[in-house]
Ligand binder design. Structure first.
Ligand code: SF4
Length: 84
């Protein structure tokens, strides 16, 4: 990843709604609920940028952009297939 991309990726974090919440809700235990995290993401102004970042950097754990691990892995695979 080049430095310009990294800077652009990081600016959205300043407006991330999860900065005002308990970070633990974005990493629920197995069998735990992701609902509080997804509700926070639904109201977050940088949801799209967050999800793009998670896909670009292949984040596979936690809730990103309102998307859980299973869906995030599917989106990562789809983007990889597009790039191939
Ligand atoms: S979309 Fe969710 S995880 Fe991403 S920055 Fe917003 S609140 Fe945080």
């Amino acid at each position: 990843m080049n430095p310009i991309t990294t800077i652009a990726h990081d600016t959205w974090r300043e407006d991330a709604l999860c900065r005002q919440t308990d970070p633990e809700i974005f990493h629920p235990e197995v069998g735990g609920t992701a609902v509080p995290a997804k509700q926070t993401c639904a109201a977050c102004p940088v949801r799209r940028a967050c999800l793009d970042y998670a896909i670009d950097t292949r984040q596979q754990w936690g809730i990103w952009g309102g998307v859980g691990q299973k869906e995030l892995r599917r989106l990562i695979r789809a983007r990889q297939a597009e790039a191939a």
